[in-house]
Design a protein around this ligand. Sequence first.
Ligand SMILES: [Zn+2]
Length: 574
Amino acid sequence: MSSSVDKIKERLGIVDLIGSYIKLDRAGNSFKARCPFHNEKTPSFFVSPERDSYYCFGCGAKGDIFTFVEEFEGLDFRGALKVLAERAGVELVSENPKFRDEREKLFEAMEESTVFFEHNLSVASEASDYLKKRGLSDKTIKEWRIGYAPPLWNNLENHLKTKGFSASQMEKAGLVKKDGGRSYDRFRGRIIFPIFDSSGRVIAFSGRILRDDGKSAKYLNSPETELFSKSRVLYGFDRAKLAIKRMDYSILVEGQMDLIMCHQAGYVNAVASSGTALTANHLEILKRLSNRVITAFDADNAGFNASARAWQIALSLGMEVKIAELSKGFDPAELILKNKEKWAMSLKESKHIIDFYLDRVLSEESDRRKIAMKIKDKVLPFISALESNIEKSHFVTKIADTAQIKEESIWADLKQVKIVANDEFASGNAKILRKDDEPQALRKDSILRRIAGILFWQESKDKPFALLDKAKENLKNIIGEKDFNELSQTPESSKDKLIFEAEVYYADNKVAEKDLGNLILSLEEEYLKIKLDSAIKELHDAERVKSGEDELRKILNKCQSLVKQLEGLKKIGK
Ligand SMILES: [Zn+2]
């Protein structure tokens, strides 16, 4: 085994490998990025090509390409090995079956069952006719390894027995159920969709009933097993992951048919929550690859509403959530089959989730008082969840304009909206829920420290870079004369330390000069954000003591002007 690992490590550089998952920026001899394993705004995740490893100063994540793929894709070591071997073009030597552990046996049982179901489908015309009628091509059926379980009680069980699997393995894999002394196949009379882990191994099945008898559930999934945890698995993720990264957004649909039809039609960045409500873990998986998600659910559908809280969490993590509205009564699979152009259009015209709910309230109600109440109920929870105050202000203004409600009272209502408590969220301890806990003041200080380091370093040189004087001028404007003078009087011993840091960090002037410009922009942004926070607080206080209209208007104007300045900065930054 170790020889395959070495070969893979020789062929795949850690920078290229990690760089294929997240965006890396050069930082001296290393590379840095925002950590994919905890939520942060300033990069503290470093990759060192020399040491062939990565390390995060924020959460302590560390390791090599194998641990990275394990953590990032939610795989065990063998799964990561499979993913990396395929990428490196290294053939894995199959192990001696004697050394396979119980977990491996479960994977084998799933694989053997998949082959068995695939074979059954090839001889069951009713089942394959159904799939063709729904629009799946032969190629698609083969690629997604769709199969069929005939309506027999011990078909799979008997087959697996002849292949040497034990009763307990079949039960542990969720394939066979026990009822008293009797055992029987879990999936009977169903079209079988294998569910894959991120490395493409089958870990579960979802079975759709072929002949609806009105009694059985339309869809039946594997139970939670050692291999399968439904709150962590997105159907289609193994095929969509690279496209999500490349296209920088994911499409989220609900069912297996929706998902497969998406991929068949070329929407290869689609994944499905596969019949369960969206969880924080699902979001964590998607957010690592892209911050943007378009969801194409039928909005009147129960599954969609069950996910409302997940969407609020997504917004609170700074994700952009859009909704593609489908024609009434259509799910993505049917729409793609019957009217591909309309499907493409609904994706293109997808709306921000807050705009979507706002438009909905406005189209449903005409009474002003009812509109205000519904907005508070249906729209404000999403606004309250937004991570950024700039975005909050943007939507508050928008509601005020379109619904003719005073901005002040929207802000007041917003304060009463219960913030989504992460611990209420069913799926528990997804790592992503650890918010960036670096307070704004500290973030400001650490940026300032780096700026000071570069400035002192350049001042100590015979030939500092040209930008130096201009940068000092800008800095003085941002932090004010008093703080600037204090900074200039930093004692020599502290100066030396900062100079040393800057020298180690920046090999050459050019990079430092460019970075200094960016750092000053970030600093200005932090200062404006702190001002905006306190202005919004001032606004709330003014409302509480019922200040006069003029006073409120004045504070509101201040907020708006700060938001404008912040938006202006963002444009320069780009
Ligand atoms: Zn981290």
